[in-house]
Design a protein around this ligand. Structure first.
Ligand code: SAH
Length: 235
C-alpha cells in the first residue's frame, strides 16, 4: 500500500509547496507516496460557507467548528480508514524522529490543519485526533507544521532516500546529534579538514566521529545526553 496523506485545510493551494521539490517531490512524481489537499470549506453548506465561529466563553479570535471539521474528516476518510487522524497543534506531543519512522511505515495520515484560535475540543475527542506539535512556538496555521512533519516522514518511506545508510547516523537516529561534516576544499580560509578524516583509517574516523557526536550532544542537548548515557552503558 502506498503512503497517502490527506490534508484538511483552508489553504489547499499551499500544497504540495516545498514537498513538490527535491527528494519528496521526486518521490511524489514516482508514486512512492500520495498527497491530497482538501478544502475544509467544501463541506460547509451555508450561504457564506463559514467554517468558524466566536469562542464560547468569550475572548479573541475565531474557532474552527466541530461539526464542519467532523464532516470534512468523515468525507476524507470513512470510519474503517486505517490511517491515523492527526491534528497539528501546539498542545500536541512534540514530533520525534521515532514517530516519523512509525508514520512512514504506516498507510499514511489524515492531517487536520488548524487556523485562527484553534479547533473546537469536541471534534478532537469525537474523532480521536492525535495532536502533534512541531515545536514550542505558535504558528499561524497547521499547514507549515503539516509540511514539516510530512517532509520528515516522507524521506523515511522505503525507496525514497537513495542511501538509507546516510539516514542511520543522522542526528536523533542514534540518540546523539550527528558529527560535523567536511568536504573540499582541503583549505578554507586557513582552516583545514581535520586530519583524521583524510587518513583513510576507517576505524579511527568512526571513533573520531563518535567522540564528536558525544561532545556536541553533551554541550548542546543535555536532555538527549541524559537519555543517551542512561541507555548506552558502553560509553
Ligand atoms: N490558540 C492556540 C494556537 C492556535 S494557532 C493555542 O494557544 O494553543 C492556529 C493553528 O496553527 C493551530 O490550530 C494549529 O493547527 C497550528 N499550529 C500552531 N502552532 C503549532 C505548532 N507548534 N505545531 C503544530 N501546529 C501548530
Amino acid at each position: 500500500m502506498t503512503f497517502k496523506a490527506s490534508i484538511l485545510t483552508l489553504y489547499p493551494e499551499m500544497f504540495p509547496g516545498p514537498l513538490g521539490h527535491s527528494l519528496s517531490g521526486r518521490a511524489l512524481e514516482n508514486g512512492l507516496w500520495q498527497l491530497e489537499a482538501r478544502q475544509i470549506r467544501d463541506v460547509a453548506t451555508d450561504k457564506h460557507r463559514s467554517v468558524d465561529d466566536t469562542p464560547s466563553g468569550g475572548g479573541a479570535g475565531m474557532v474552527l467548528r466541530a461539526d464542519i471539521l467532523a464532516k470534512a474528516i468523515d468525507s476524507a476518510a470513512p470510519a474503517d480508514d486505517p490511517r491515523p487522524r492527526i491534528l497539528m497543534s501546539p498542545r500536541g506531543r512534540p514530533l520525534t524522529q521515532q514517530r516519523a519512522h512509525e508514520l512512514a511505515e504506516g498507510p499514511g495520515a489524515i492531517i487536520v490543519c488548524g487556523r485562527f484560535e484553534g479547533v473546537d475540543q469536541r471534534v478532537i475527542d469525537a474523532r480521536d485526533l492525535e495532536e502533534i506539535s512541531i515545536g514550542d512556538y505558535i504558528l499561524s496555521g497547521g499547514e507549515i507544521g503539516a509540511i514539516t512533519m510530512l517532509d520528515a516522514v516522507v524521506r523515511l518511506i522505503p525507496g525514497v532516500m537513495g542511501n538509507m545508510e546516510s539516514a542511520a547516523t543522522e542526528s536523533f537516529e542514534t540518540g546523539l546529534l550527528e558529527h560535523p561534516q567536511y568536504t573540499r576544499p582541503a583549505d578554507f580560509e586557513g582552516h583545514r579538514i581535520p586530519e583524521v578524516l583524510t587518513s583513510g583509517n576507517h576505524k579511527k574516523i568512526a571513533e573520531w566521529q563518535h567522540e564528536q557526536a558525544k561532545d556536541l550532544t553533551r554541550e548542546r542537548r543535555p536532555d538527549l545526553w541524559q537519555r543517551y548515557i542512561s541507555t548506552d552503558s558502553d560509553d
